[in-house]
Write a protein that binds this ligand. Structure first.
Ligand code: FAD
Ligand code: NAD
Length: 481
């Protein structure tokens, strides 16, 4: 007879393992199935995020940032260094050990919460039957009251640049270069292109980023995007917009990339190329024809606002469903689904999903951009506070960038907060909390912030919405559609 569970979660990435742990906490007999094999060929929970995504990329971003800081700005603060060097294999090895600790930690958390962790591949059949095949094992049948699909996403590949070991790589390969490429091509100036392009630029590579769109970072507020472009240019990232990659050729360990721009056909030769043109939902082999689960026209598992699929008792969460492909979005969906199974009323607020790009300065935002508000005709006020006016930023030698608060002209409710500055990824939480509680710019302005902190810039930007900022000329702007 098939083994019975209350909940089977397919996929042990951030979305899946959060769902599994919370389900077990709520008293459900839960299994979490994951097929990931790490570089050593060993099973590893944590999905893309822990194995080849958020965590390893941040380990390299942090290390490479420290290297540049030591090399270029320690002298500003009176620290004398006599030659700074980089040991790429040691940096990669440390990144690998962080990953190993964390993926082992997830397996331990599953176990300590009483989740049955199963290493292998799952396939959903009709009637919530799950066929499980352990690595190197035979298929066995499992049955569940509820099934949660959390199979994530994979990198998009493009025909003109097929992946070629160590020469044309996706984001995973770019986390494992054993030496700094002299000339590095990056296709796509999105989040991965900018983050991983920054890592290797900081370590000494000449980096050329080829982006198809004419506009830089259209998802971000354009005032922030323009400021970012200025910093990236100064750092030596050569970003070429409006570029159509046509073909590539690998010859004698070099990659020649041919592309078109408005002013003609061009080519560049690189020691390595990173293809970072987006990710797509991953459902390969997951769904039997009669599973009852449908995909949408872009290949995402079709779900409603509560992450229910078209098959009764089957849910889907994380990168494999609509919405931003961000770990924290999937985590909250996982919690919502299992708490709803347990008859709680949990919801995910998709209007307050924060986005962070971990470049230097960091870029972070929540809510609507100014260009979105303009096009929808909403009336709003804007307050901006430059980090150059922050005492803590000056003391810490991180005066780049600004914080911008946008509030509804009539109700003063915060509609969006956008920032580019050191630690923006941490500061954005202040804005998320304010927006989650339906706060106004005045509410943020009336809140006491510790001094001296970088987060005072959020306070001052909120005060600036009404012309009350203390440490800067108020750059309040009233916008009417
Ligand atoms: P995944 O993490 O992809 O996990 C899915 C799991 O399901 C995998 O382990 C897979 O092996 C397993 N699986 C798939 N099919 C089956 C099957 N049939 N049977 C069993 N198991 C199966 N997001 C952020 O929020 N912040 C960041 O800083 C960030 N940085 C990133 C950097 C990079 C380089 C990349 C590539 C991504 C980054 N992301 C970041 C995105 C983030 O990694 C994803 O949004 C997140 O991992 C999605 O979680 P998930 O659980 O939906 O899917
Ligand atoms: P992306 O969607 O952020 O950027 C892809 C870029 O490639 C876009 O600017 C697009 O216009 C461009 N592009 C597409 N096709 C092209 C082509 N043929 N030639 C040139 N340019 C082309 O995707 P990504 O950077 O690959 O990242 C994938 C996802 O992973 C992101 O959407 C994000 O959700 C997630 N992620 C998040 C973080 C973070 O939160 N800090 C970090 C990394 C990845």
């Amino acid at each position: 007879m098939a083994k019975q569970f209350d909940v089977i979660v397919i996929g042990g990435g951030p979305a899946g393992y959060h769902a599994a742990i919370r389900a077990a906490q709520l008293g459900m007999n839960t299994a979490c199935i994951d097929k990931w094999l790490n570089k050593e060929g060993k099973p590893a929970f944590g999905g893309t995020c822990l194995n080849v995504g958020c965590i390893p990329s941040k380990a390299l971003l942090e290390a490479s940032h420290k290297f540049v800081e030591a090399k270029e700005s320690f002298a500003d603060i009176g620290i004398v260094t006599n030659g700074i060097d980089i040991d790429v294999p040691a940096m990669i090895a440390r990144k690998d050990s962080v990953v190993k600790n964390l993926t082992g930690g997830v397996a331990a958390l599953l176990k300590s919460n009483g989740v049955t962790a199963m290493e292998g591949t799952a396939r959903l059949l009709a009637g919530r039957e799950v066929q499980f095949t352990a690595h190197g094992g035979e298929p066995e049948s499992l049955q569940a009251e509820h099934v949660i699909l959390a199979t994530g996403s994979v990198s998009v590949e493009i025909p003109p640049c097929p992946l070629t070991e160590e020469l044309i790589v996706d984001s995973t390969g770019a986390l494992d270069f054993t030496a700094v490429p002299k000339r590095l091509g990056v296709i796509g100036a999105g989040i991965i292109g900018l983050e991983l392009g920054s890592v290797w630029r900081r370590l000494g590579a000449e980096v050329v980023v080829l982006e198809a769109l004419e506009e830089f970072l259209p998802v971000a507020d354009q005032q922030v995007a323009k400021e970012a472009q200025k910093h990236f240019k100064r750092q030596g990232l050569d970003i070429r917009l409006g570029t159509r990659v046509m073909s590539s050729e690998v010859k004698r360990k070099k990659v020649k990339v041919d592309f078109k721009q408005d002013d003609g056909d061009k080519s560049e030769t690189f020691d390595a190329v990173i293809v970072a043109v987006g990710r797509r939902p991953y459902t390969e082999g997951l769904l039997a024809a009669d599973s009852g689960v449908n995909l949408d026209e872009r290949g995402f598992i079709y779900v409603n606002d509560l992450c229910a699929t078209d098959a009764p008792g089957v849910y889907a969460i994380g990168d494999v469903v609509r919405g931003p492909m961000l770990a924290h979005k999937g985590m909250e969906e996982g919690i919502m689904v299992v708490e709803r199974i347990a008859d709680q009323k949990t919801l995910v607020n998709y209007d307050t999903v924060p986005s962070v790009i971990y470049t230097y300065p960091e870029i972070a935002w929540v809510g609507k951009t100014e260009q979105e508000l303009k096009s929808s005709g909403e009336k709003y006020n804007v307050g901006v506070f430059p980090m150059a006016a922050s005492g803590r930023a000056m003391a810490s030698n991180v005066t780049e960038g600004f914080v911008k608060v946008i509030a509804d002209e009539e109700t003063d409710r915060i509609l969006g907060v956008h920032m580019i500055c050191a630690h923006a990824g941490e500061l954005i939480s202040d804005a998320v909390i304010a927006m989650e509680f339906g706060g106004s710019a005045e509410d943020l302005g009336l809140t006491m912030f510790a001094h001296p902190t970088l987060s005072e810039a959020v306070h001052e930007a909120a005060l600036s919405v009404h012309g009350h900022a203390i440490h800067t000329a108020n750059r309040r702007r009233r916008k009417k559609s």
